[in-house]
Design a protein around this ligand. Structure first.
Ligand code: BTN
Length: 242
């Protein structure tokens, strides 16, 4: 992948900007970063706090040759790459919480929001947005999330340059784009803290509860329900793990 980055001071959301660029035919490898976002988005239409300096807010445009039904592979790949990048630069191994949260001992320090555009059943473009907390101290987070939000600094006691982490991230994504999905899947499963636990997931209006078993070919989470059915979970949220 040939990366080229546009680094902005302030945008509404790097994902929104890159989705417009995708639509205009921008090439794979375009990266947009911002110092701050006024409307940073998380999954499920939530807000992603983007005001504290010391965070990485970045979106990447990827155009892998995948069926639209395999789009989740993109999220799995970038989550693994992000975990590996943090390990490479900071010597710190985050856990993955399904589908795409990076978790440290003090809470969530990163999240990924993948948004895809399809064209006749194929994936035309995927915008992968990443928020990674790098050098925030706990006082930098809004009160509502203070006990649950972590950063690389809180985990390691050290301060890292964001550009170094972003560079490692892009390198890892480039490397992992060459790996088969079977390998990526096992790396993801190895880091995932949700497997083997009971997860309760809200999906399409109903609540599904089951043991998280692993990922299927498309990158969906397979769970075994109490009735013994194996169900792939497309999107949703782990409400409870125990
Ligand atoms: C989540 O955990 O809910 C995903 C958070 C993703 C946040 C990033 S920050 C850069 C990019 N632009 C956005 O508006 N969101 C993503």
């Amino acid at each position: 992948i040939r990366w080229s980055a546009v680094c902005l001071d302030r945008v509404e959301s790097t994902n929104d900007l890159l989705l417009r660029e995708e639509d205009a035919g921008a090439p794979e490898g375009l990266v947009v970063t911002a110092e701050r976002q006024s409307r940073g988005r998380g999954r499920f239409g939530r807000r992603w706090e983007s005001d504290s300096s010391g965070g990485i807010y970045a979106s990447l445009l990827l155009r892998p040759n995948l069926a639209l039904s395999q789009a989740h592979r993109l999220t799995i790949l970038t989550t693994v790459a992000a975990a590996e990048a943090l390990e490479e630069v900071a010597g710190f191994s985050p856990k993955i919480k399904w589908p795409n949260d990076l978790i440290g001992s003090q809470g969530k320090l990163g999240g990924i929001l993948t948004e895809v555009v399809g064209d006749g059943g194929r994936l035309r473009g995927g915008v992968v947005g990443m928020g990674i907390n790098v050098s925030q101290e706990s006082g930098a987070f809004p009160e509502e999330i203070r006990g649950r939000a972590s950063s690389l600094r809180l985990e390691t006691g050290r301060v890292f340059r964001r550009v170094e982490i972003l560079a490692a991230l892009l390198r890892q994504i480039g490397l992992r784009s060459g790996s088969g999905f079977a390998e990526i899947r096992s790396l993801w499963e190895w880091r995932c803290e949700s497997l083997g636990k009971v997860v309760r997931v809200q999906q399409g209006g109903s609540l599904i509860e089951g043991y998280a078993l692993g990922l299927d070919e498309d990158g969906l989470l397979l769970v075994r329900t109490e009735a013994g059915a194996i169900v792939p979970l497309i999107a949703g949220e782990v409400l409870e793990a125990g």
